[in-house]
Design a protein around this ligand. Structure first.
Ligand code: F6P
Length: 582
């Protein structure tokens, strides 16, 4: 799989690609699996535009995470405001002092070779998987190095995402694209790379403009910013009101100078996307081709408002007691104990308004309900107001049973509409990895009956496809539609699923590379609920390290409680059976 750091095919397929007596001219680079498809050899530059305080940075970084995880694209974020050290640069005189430095960084990224891309800061190759380059071990076929990616013209593409984490300071930078002239300038600069590019690949530039027209969205993003400033010591807790007012005024100033993407025909030749209140209204112009369409789909779904995802594995199943893979066995008694614990947790925690969502229901309630948001208020009770929440299970008995005891309170919004909270949605896409011929076997039995499978999987866990079954790459592809839907939600969502599936979702949400997801063997435990609070600052806390939980993850560990409850239930039953019948 690793050709100069490039992922072209699963490593476990490597031995199928060598010449043999029966197959003297083999396929040397097979067609990609779905998760490796698309954007071959292309360069995209995505430039985020819009007023300050609309959440551009959050969305830019989230898009980067998505393109890397689901499409294997090589993505890098380029923050314009990082250039001037974050100082206030609202003067045209200072403008573009950093443009050439910025451009050079961008050029280097877009134009470097794949091997260079994988060179870490310390010069070590990163992310290329294990094993030596097959190029070293292979003989040529018909005089052509069969693994030469240039001969095959295979390259999985590059995406540079340009954004500003402090739009106020970078208004006059050309790279901010804050006027028609600046956008033309960006195109002209990037054309010079296209013309001189080593790869001779045209760079496609896409502008993404974010506009907010809903007051509650503006307020939420501003309040997230102020909260972050207080948390990080940039603002005194008692100065938030004045700071908020100041920011509102600055945005108004910016608005006077900013020129939106024009629909008078003068910018119709550009590829762009306008997000109005995020997915609420989306306008696209010349967004053709594979990757641009994936970008449109993702950005139509995602938003920077606060929301929480809960992940948990099903309770213990009968197959779990013997370590059998896959299958569709029901819960054990211990599994049902967890189902009870989960139902209590869902009612008391998932469906309750939390500190994290303190902005909920803050004015403009009709606007929020109209937007289909999570902000509907439920009936108040002593534990606080209930909120509309969502529940997903896979189509397998063990997850359906685990969620079966969760109550479904009907929440009434202020407009009188009803919402059945936590009504389960069954998704086949979140069914456990299908082990094909190895379904129902224990790992020991797999070693005996399919020794090759066992070894190849150990060598290449993400790419290895069980005979007549699936690989992790396969499940990553089938997870994509669910992730798009998950991104679009604002209500809390509880996902009851399986080990391999949850490793992938957890890795994606916490910014861990997809190559590391299958190896996260200790991170997703049974009888534990992982709470992931997403907001505009979550991207800052992403560690990218599988073992380090980011600050926005809370672990609710019921392992002890579950064992105690099971023991108690067992003892009660034993005592009952000793009782003489009346
Ligand atoms: O053992 C439980 C289980 O969910 C199996 O059904 C599945 O095959 C396995 O875990 C996935 O984990 P891994 O990819 O580590 O084998």
């Amino acid at each position: 799989m690793d050709v100069g750091g490039e992922f072209l095919y699963p490593k476990s397929q490597q031995d199928l690609l060598s010449a043999t007596e029966l197959n003297p001219t083999p396929t040397t680079v097979p067609p990609p699996m779905a998760a490796m498809a698309g954007n071959i050899g292309e360069r995209h530059v995505l430039v985020f535009l819009g007023l300050p305080l609309v959440g551009k940075r959050t969305i830019a970084l989230r898009l980067k995470r998505y393109l890397r995880f689901f499409h294997g694209a090589k993505c890098r974020g380029f923050d314009i405001s990082a250039l001037d050290g974050g100082s206030n640069l609202m003067s045209p005189l200072d403008a573009n002092t950093h443009s050439s430095e910025f451009f050079n960084k961008l050029r280097k990224f877009l134009d470097c070779s794949d091997t260079e891309f994988h060179q870490g800061e310390d010069g070590k190759t990163t992310g290329g998987g294990v094993g030596s380059s097959p190029r070293q071990n292979r003989t040529s076929v018909n005089g052509i190095d069969p693994m030469d990616k240039n001969a095959k013209n295979v390259d999985s593409g590059r995406v540079a995402i340009v954004f500003s984490s402090n739009a106020m300071s970078s208004f006059y930078e050309n790279w901010s694209g804050s006027s028609k002239e600046r956008r033309r300038w960006i195109l002209a600069q990037l054309a010079t790379i296209s013309n001189s590019s080593k790869s001779k690949t045209r760079i496609k530039t896409i502008f993404i403009e974010v506009t907010l027209t809903k007051k509650y969205l503006e307020r939420e993003i501003l309040s997230q910013k102020l909260e972050r400033d207080v948390r990080e010591g940039r603002l005194e807790p008692n100065s938030t009101r004045e700071a908020g007012q100041e920011w509102r005024e600055k945005v108004q100033e910016y608005k006077k100078l900013y020129v939106t993407l024009q629909d008078d025909g003068s910018e119709d030749d550009l590829s762009y996307m306008k997000l109005i209140n995020y997915g609420e209204r989306v306008l696209t112009n010349r967004m053709r081709a594979y990757l641009p369409q994936r970008i449109v789909q993702f950005l139509t779904a995602t938003h920077p408002t606060k929301h929480t995802i809960y992940l948990c594995r099903h309770g213990q199943s009968e197959y779990n007691t013997t370590g059998r893979l896959g299958g569709n066995s029901p819960l054990t008694e211990q599994g049902w104990v967890f189902a009870e614990i989960l139902s209590r947790f869902a009612a008391q925690h998932v469906c309750k308004l939390k500190e994290f969502h303190s902005g909920q229901g803050d004015g403009d309630i009709e606007e929020q309900v109209g937007a289909g948001g999570w902000m509907e208020r439920g009936a108040d009770d002593e534990e606080g107001p209930s909120v509309a929440a969502r529940l997903w299970t896979s189509s397998l008995f063990r997850t359906i049973q685990t969620a079966a005891l969760i109550p479904h309170p009907v929440i009434r919004g202020p407009d009188g509409s009803a919402w059945e909270s936590m009504s389960p949605r069954v998704y086949r896409n979140i069914d456990e990895i299908f082990a094909g011929d190895c379904e129902g076997l224990t790992p020991e039995e797999v070693k005996v009956s399919h020794p090759q499978a066992s070894n190849l999987r150990k060598m290449d866990k993400i790419g290895y496809r069980y005979p007549r079954g699936e690989s992790y790459f396969d499940i990553i592809s089938r997870l994509e539609p669910c992730i798009q839907e998950m991104e679009s939600y604002t209500e809390p969502l509880l996902i009851v699923s399986h080990q391999a599936i949850l490793r992938c979702i957890f890795a994606y949400l916490t910014g861990v590379d997809r190559e590391k997801a299958p190896g996260m063997e200790t991170q997703i435990q049974q009888n534990v609920v992982y709470q992931i609070d997403l907001d505009a600052s979550s991207e800052d806390h992403i560690t990218g390290v599988a073992n380090n939980l980011p600050a926005f993850v809370t672990v609710h560990d019921f392992r002890k409680e579950e064992v105690e409850e099971t023991m108690l239930a067992r003892t009660c039953r034993q005592l009952q059976s000793l009782d003489p019948q009346p």
